[in-house]
Design a protein around this ligand. Sequence first.
Ligand code: ITT
Length: 197
Amino acid sequence: MEFWVATNNKGKINEIRSLFAEVPEAEIHTQSEISGFTPRPEDGKTFIENARIKAKTLASVKSNTWVLGEDSGLEVEGLGGLPGIHTARYAGPNASDSENISKLLKMIGLRSAQNRKARFVCALVVKTPQGEEWTFEGELQGTITHKPQGQMGFGYDPIFLPLDETKTMAELGPSFKNQNSHRAHAIKAFLQRLKSL
Ligand code: ITT
């Protein structure tokens, strides 16, 4: 049973592979295996729209199989929901994780030191082998810390303290994310629907 995932992000794909461990017959592939494949620009206005763009673009070359488009990001309350759909490129087009983190900490310091509430959001658009579209969403609430801590995970994990936790997501690591992350919630909802077929 093949599942093609429309992402180039290695952190995401590692997590998606772990989440699919409960489906032993699943073979996970990514768009990077398709030579000459060019993703379309993510010019949607919402996470779901961008996830749909990713899924549709990959489904146009991978029909009659399962295709997953995943778009995710961080919404910070004191920044009016930013960086939102711009999370991956918050500090510029080729920004590294540490550059994005530095920019976010600076912006919160400037604009909203009092309100560090945030949530991670994951939108998942699945194209079924029959061409139907299924959508799923997941979120994880938390706060933004004052400095990065922890080495695990990717992206903004070192500055994200999940609600009711005393460690950042980068300190909590894969066992926590596999159960509780925004991505885990969305993928688990998909796997549940898949099992009900
Ligand atoms: P693809 O479009 O190829 O999937 P991307 O990294 O550009 O890769 P997105 O457009 O969905 O993916 O951007 C999501 C960004 O949000 C990602 O680059 C991270 O910076 C951040 N992010 C998403 N999920 C995260 C997580 O679980 N932990 C930390 N940061 C996360």
